[in-house]
Design a protein around this ligand. Structure first.
Ligand SMILES: *[C@@H]1O[C@H](CO)[C@@H](O)[C@H](O)[C@H]1NC(C)=O
Ligand SMILES: [Ca+2]
Length: 362
């Protein structure tokens, strides 16, 4: 894992650099340099970290009592069913939705969730849907439109979206993306909700996206994993889908504020298009992280509502067409300079003309 995290720092720098290339103005140059320097000097403190499997928060074979016993730590909902091999949230049939939820709130401060999943079905590429979601939320066991869970949720949602609704919608209107803003599906995306933020299904959650990555996860022979880590308010998502037992970076964001005592869960939905959405295991690890006194003070106050720091900075990539305040400032300064130059040139020309006229007169 240590190597994976080191790689992560480089990923973050390259991600910011990509943003910088998309919007190369003074403001983003400054930000890029600032963040790059900050990252180089930041200490991951990885050597201080230990992980410990929390069995009562985890779901794994042989799924003892799941779906049959009320004393089980996990509860099924909707069309979900359990077999000896997996918890199948939906079968490869239209209009299904299912979920599995932990009954025990998670009070860990730093944690890691390893998701072993499988998405497979008869449909050809882009003729399947809709996807699988992993949750850490205040609410549990609610039916709804967001991958089978309720909208306006409170907490973290990580979506494995297998159907590009927005792209299909644009295709129908015969318009296209600029290549900068197109996402390749299946797409993994993270969103933090505070109870009043809606997931926009028609745009595949673009307006509330914290970040994400492409992940070709359908109909694979080998095992596929998703990994969500939450340490020191930093959210990191990695995927292992190539059958090489290697974690690939997907997303890494500091300043994600998630309260303790929320529930882990997984849900899935099918519509006109379908897939089997299977969860094989959800393993929760407690991470022991040593904090300096300064860090302890900084993270001291208890979080009551989920939120993400610097959401506007994360959104910078999307609003690249817009002008940042600094860019507007500089363009005003330069246009004023240009204006004065014009006046000066105008005055010189006028005085020359005046002189010539005077010469003619006398
Ligand atoms: C939730 O987030 C939105 C958008 O950032 C904000 O306008 C709203 O006040 C927040 N609600 C709560 C309860 O904090
Ligand atoms: Ca979608």
């Amino acid at each position: 894992m240590a190597a994976a995290i080191k790689k992560n720092k480089i990923l973050t720098i390259s991600r910011i650099f990509r943003l910088y290339k998309m919007a190369p103005n003074t403001y983003s140059t400054f930000l890029f340099i600032l963040i790059a320097i900050g990252l180089c000097f930041a200490d991951d403190g990885l050597h201080e970290m230990e992980e410990f499997l929390k069995r009562e928060l985890s779901l794994s074979k042989p799924y003892q009592g799941v779906g049959s016993s009320s004393s089980s730590h996990w509860e099924l909902m909707g069309d979900a069913m359990v077999t000896s091999e997996q918890v199948r949230l939906t079968t490869d049939m239209q209009s299904k939705q299912g979920a599995v939820w932990s009954r025990i709130p998670c009070h860990l401060r730093d944690w890691e969730l390893q998701v072993h999943f499988k998405i497979h079905g008869q449909g050809k590429k882009n003729l399947n849907g809709d996807g699988l979601a992993i949750w850490y939320t205040k609410e549990r066991m609610q039916k709804g439109p967001v991958f089978g869970n309720q909208d306006l949720f409170t907490g973290l949602g990580v979506f494995l979206d297998t159907y590009p609704n927005e792209e299909k919608h644009l295709e129908a209107q015969k318009t296209r993306y600029t290549s900068r803003t197109q996402r390749i599906f299946p797409y993994v995306l993270a969103m933090v909700g505070n109870g009043s933020i809606s997931y926009d299904h028609e745009r595949d959650g673009r307006s509330t996206e914290l970040g994400g990555c492409n992940a070709m996860v359908r109909n694979l022979k080998h095992d596929t994993f998703l990994f969500i880590r939450y340490v020191r308010r930093r959210l990191t998502i990695m995927i292992d889908i190539d059958g090489q037992h290697e974690w690939r970076d997907c997303l890494d964001i500091p300043g994600v504020r998630l309260p303790q005592g929320y529930y882990f869960g997984a849900s899935a939905i099918t519509g006109e298009l379908s897939d089997n959405h299977d969860v094989i295991s959800l393993k929760v690890y407690q991470l022991t992280v040593l904090r300096s006194e300064a860090e302890e003070n900084e993270e001291g106050e208890e979080i009551t509502v989920p939120s993400v720091d610097n959401m506007d900075l994360l959104r910078m990539g999307e609003n690249e067409e817009g002008w940042s305040p600094i860019a507007i400032f500089f363009s005003i300064v330069f246009s004023m300079l240009g204006f004065f130059l014009l006046i000066v040139v105008g005055l010189i020309v006028y005085s020359h003309w005046n002189e010539n006229r005077r010469k003619r007169f006398y």
